[in-house]
Design a protein. Structure first.
Length: 404
């Protein structure tokens, strides 16, 4: 998942024809003061970080003067809020609010199809509102084939209880949001609140836009906006995660998916999406502490595997390694193993003291076993052993047989 920062999300909505407030992105106190002055002396200041809950965290404020803007900017810049360092602020014009509604285009986790969530009762306290008024939330399944027409949108806004001309105006915006959601291959597009002014005009003062990372090659214009160093929507990237991105960039023919768990001590380098997750669960259930997860797609991966293994095992907290994959149709097993072995030999790791479990299946499995034999002590398992048992084995070897 790639999450745009709010200013970039608002720019996309504005380009699509949706009304958004005038805004400016600033990095200094003086720039915040000047931006507020340029907006007429009143503004909404927000910490520009990829996280929800900024308002409740005290990182959003309506300021009534440039001086107040400067003081608030000084209190935010350089601070850490919701685990993110604040280096930029969004300074936007206030909007007149007659009504707030909630809009979210997403994908249903069960059907894997798009869905529109809409409520005529929106706002920053949307969870509380929906708890009190659950019937106000309309859940409308959508189809990428048949789309979402103005007629569909108008019927929905009327069903939600909006009167004219609000119902018609909101419907127009919903159709545009759907177009942005589909054309940008988004996973989530949420506007809360979508604001209706006293004259019934509709404005989006905020937006959350999460994009499909695998689709980004088709959206070159968003390369800068989706820089994961700025927009990682879970937490700031660790030093190792940043290093892994540099390693991944050495060859565009394959892709590394990597997450670090700094408190863990068993490196998990298991490819094959579901297989990796099963191994992760098995390690946890056996009482282990994973230090990372890593998946790599097919390609010229020996060098990447070498560099990644070396980076991961150089971390002092890592005490064991489980590497493997299910049957590989595109990559001979010995290629992956060679990359890992190069790192082990260069780091002078002794598998009799540092537990290592391989569990691979696929072409050239015998050559891979022969390669791994160069370092005595590696436990090499093949298709006869489920990956879950391999995960249990690395836990036993890392913590001792009594760990379970």
């Amino acid at each position: 998942m790639t999450r745009l920062l709010e200013d970039d999300a608002l720019r996309l909505l504005r380009e699509a024809g949706i009304s958004v407030p005038d805004f400016e992105t600033v990095k200094t106190v003086d720039a915040a003061v000047d931006a507020t002055q340029g907006l007429g002396g009143r503004a909404v200041l927000k910490a520009l970080i990829p996280a929800g809950g900024r308002g409740k965290a005290g990182a959003v404020r309506l300021v009534e003067s440039p001086n107040e803007a400067g003081a608030f900017a000084a209190s935010l810049l350089g601070q850490e809020i919701l685990h993110y360092p604040v280096t930029e602020l969004l300074v936007s014009a206030p909007v007149d609010i007659a009504r707030e509604v909630f809009v979210s285009f997403a994908f249903d986790s069960e059907t894997k199809k798009p869905v529109l969530l809409f409520s005529a009762k929106g706002g920053v306290d949307i969870e509380t509102i929906l708890d009190k008024h659950p019937a106000s939330l309309i859940r409308q399944p959508l189809s990428l084939l048949t789309g979402f027409s103005k007629t569909d949108a108008h019927a929905l806004t009327e069903a939600a209880g909006l009167n004219e001309p609000m119902a018609k105006n909101v419907a127009k915006v919903l159709v545009i949001l759907w177009q942005v959601f589909t054309e940008r291959e988004a996973e989530l597009l949420e506007v809360n609140p979508l604001v209706l002014a006293p004259d019934s005009l509709v404005t989006a003062p905020t937006a959350v836009l999460n994009l499909d990372e695998q689709a980004m090659a088709r959206h070159d214009d968003l390369t800068v906006a989706t820089d994961r160093i700025r927009t990682n929507g879970w937490r700031p990237l660790t030093e190792l995660e940043l290093e892994m991105r540099e390693i991944d960039a050495t060859d565009i023919g394959s892709s590394i998916r990597f997450n670090e768990f700094p408190e863990g001590d068993i490196a998990l380098m298991v490819s094959g999406g579901g297989t990796g997750m099963s191994a992760l669960d098995a390690i946890y259930q056996a009482g282990g502490r994973p230090a990372c997860t890593m998946d790599i797609t097919p390609g010229q991966i020996e060098e990447k595997t070498y560099l990644a293994t070396k980076a991961i095992l150089s971390r002092p907290n890592v005490k064991g390694l489980l590497a493997g994959s299910p049957f590989i149709n595109f990559i001979p097993v010995d290629i992956k193993v060679r990359g890992t072995m190069r790192a082990l030999e260069e780091l002078k790791i002794d598998p009799t003291e540092f537990p290592i479990v391989f569990r691979f299946d696929g072409p050239n499995i015998d050559a891979a076993k022969e390669c791994s034999a160069a370092l005595p002590g590696i436990c090499f398992l093949d298709a006869a052993t489920p990956m879950e048992e391999a995960a249990i084995e690395i836990v036993k070897r890392t913590y001792g047989t009594d760990a379970l």
